[in-house]
Ligand binder design. Structure first.
Ligand SMILES: [Ca+2]
Ligand SMILES: [Ca+2]
Ligand SMILES: [Ca+2]
Ligand SMILES: [Ca+2]
Length: 139
């Protein structure tokens, strides 16, 4: 009776040790996952680099030439600039742009490409009205 109880204690101890060892191993995998194991297969290798490249290129390769470089910065700048009505070029069309166009008309600010909201070639009250209509969703 005494012997079998010690046997059970021994087995429980071994199982406990295995569980601890297992969780430590899992902890290591999770740790590596935080540092480059993008597909979560427990390895940090060229597959993860490929996935990361695909994600980065998908988001950041603005001009679609397969590389992320200064060309994409320029392309993104052009995209932002080619947004008639976004006079202050912050990526949004709102009352800030109305104010910006008014300031340009009053010659307080330098004209910006996007200030010609209605794209008729001049920056005037027509563009203020146009941006207000854009904000209201009328155009
Ligand atoms: Ca991996
Ligand atoms: Ca590119
Ligand atoms: Ca704006
Ligand atoms: Ca105009």
């Amino acid at each position: 009776m005494k012997k079998s109880r010690w046997f059970i204690v021994g087995v429980v101890a071994v199982i406990a040790m295995l569980m601890v060892a297992g969780s430590v191993a899992l902890g290591n995998v999770e740790e590596s996952g935080l540092h480059g194991d993008i597909n979560g297969d427990g390895l940090v290798n060229s597959t993860d680099i490929e996935i990361l490249e695909r994600v980065v290129l998908g988001i950041a390769d603005i001009n679609g030439d397969g590389e992320v470089n200064m060309g994409d910065v320029t392309a993104l700048e052009l995209l932002i600039m080619d947004n008639p009505g976004d006079a202050n070029e912050d990526g949004e069309i709102n009352m800030g742009d109305v104010t910006k166009v008014e300031r340009i008309i009053l010659q307080l600010d330098e004209p910006t490409a996007n200030a010609d909201a209605n794209q008729d070639g001049s920056i005037n009250m027509g563009d203020v009205t146009y941006i207000e209509r854009m904000i209201l969703g009328l155009v």
